[in-house]
Design a protein around this ligand. Structure first.
Ligand code: NDP
Length: 335
């Protein structure tokens, strides 16, 4: 079994030295367990939090432990009545080539219904994050303006497209002309802005002539600064992620703007609500019905960025936090 463990905790930006590739023997499955060969590993921004010892909503990965992550795997050997060799499953087996897992924690995937990689992206955790966060907290209405950054990624691309399905205008923010063009042309957003543009705030104001009703917060930083003055009365802000600050340690630069923000929260009756996707248990079955249908109807598109080989996972992950990925980042571990 080849696996990547956390070798040390990063300070700021992670480096390849924070990870270590090891070869160990894989245990045999006990009663109720299965032996898995990992086919695909999902890389997601939340993994930066797991590398850090700071208190969070989930436990940190310990030094020397396998890096955590969602995976699609093939059953090699089964001691669970629900699975047989050859079955393809969704598991949470982490950055490794093989794993033993409890059958009760696996979900069987049908490769004839959808490409199995979609279970890590548009039909999996990131797609559900977009669906549940936008519809439960954002509640976009026809004619309203919805803004989302990281718009070429799995969460942002689904947010904008679902907003349009609900009759709202979608304005995306992405890094670089290639991503912006894709968000406009393939994902069909009404307007797209490059966050690297020096006049980001001016361009955003021009793209949102009626202000912003829903800001789906994925990044924080200067994007939030550009959005904030444009928020309308009764705007809703699902706070999903703050990827611009995941590599910052402790103190943040700049003046304390909390009093200014709080004054607007009060005077504009803003709703700002953070969430972790797994809280939305009640939205699960609606997601499982609607999302595949929207894809089948062509109303919702997705893009995957597949990197080959477990050894390339650290560099791909480091790049994810800086926008080097283009679409849902997945590592192909084996055929
Ligand atoms: P993406 O695949 O979109 O990757 C992250 C993207 O963030 C990068 O590609 C980059 O895109 C953008 N980015 C990075 N730094 C900056 C910056 N300084 N300013 C603006 N954009 C930046 O990731 P996901 O779709 O998987 O995740 C999107 C967000 O959703 C993340 O914040 C993630 O943590 C959060 N999330 C939250 C969940 C929850 O339960 N709350 C669950 C899942 C995800 P670009 O090149 O366009 O700048």
């Amino acid at each position: 079994n080849r696996r990547i463990v956390l070798a040390s905790r990063p300070t700021g930006r992670p480096t390849p030295g924070n990870f270590r590739l090891e070869t160990v023997t894989c245990p045999s499955p006990a009663e109720g367990q299965v032996l898995l060969r990992i086919l695909y590993l999902s890389l997601d921004p939340y993994m930066r939090g797991r590398m850090s010892a700071a208190k969070s909503y989930a436990a940190a990965v310990e030094i020397g432990q396998v890096m955590e992550g969602g995976t699609v795997a093939e059953v090699l050997e089964s001691r669970h009545p629900g699975f047989k060799p050859g079955d393809i499953v969704l598991s949470h087996s982490g950055w490794q080539s093989h794993a033993v897992a409890n059958g009760a924690q696996l979900r069987k995937l049908d490769p004839t219904v959808a490409p199995v990689t979609t279970a890590l992206g548009v039909l999996g955790m990131p797609g559900f994050t977009a669906y549940a966060g936008l519809l439960t907290i954002g509640q976009p209405k026809p004619g309203e303006t919805v803004v989302v950054a990281a718009a070429s990624g799995p969460v942002g691309s689904a947010v904008g497209q679902i907003a349009r399905i609900k009759g709202a205008r979608a304005v995306g923010i992405a890094g670089g002309e290639r991503k912006c063009a894709f968000v406009r042309e393939t994902f069909g957003f009404d307007a797209v802005i490059d966050h690297r543009a020096p006049d980001l705030a001016k361009q955003l104001a021009a793209a949102c002539p009626d202000g912003i009703d829903v800001y789906f917060e994925n990044v924080g930083g200067k994007v939030w600064d550009a959005v904030f003055p444009l928020l309308n009365t009764f705007a809703r802000i699902p706070v999903c992620g703050l990827v611009a600050q995941y590599n910052s340690e402790g103190d943040f630069e700049g003046p304390d703007r909390l009093p200014v923000v709080m004054r607007q929260v009060l005077s504009k009756s803003l709703t700002i609500r953070g969430f972790i996707q797994r809280e939305f248990v009640a939205q699960r079955s609606a997601f499982e019905q609607e999302m595949p249908r929207w894809i089948a109807e062509g109303a919702l598109k997705y893009k995957e960025d597949i990197v080959e080989g477990l050894a390339n996972a650290p560099d791909a992950f480091i790049g994810l936090l800086e926008g080097k990925n283009f679409g849902k980042l997945i590592v192909k571990i084996s055929d």
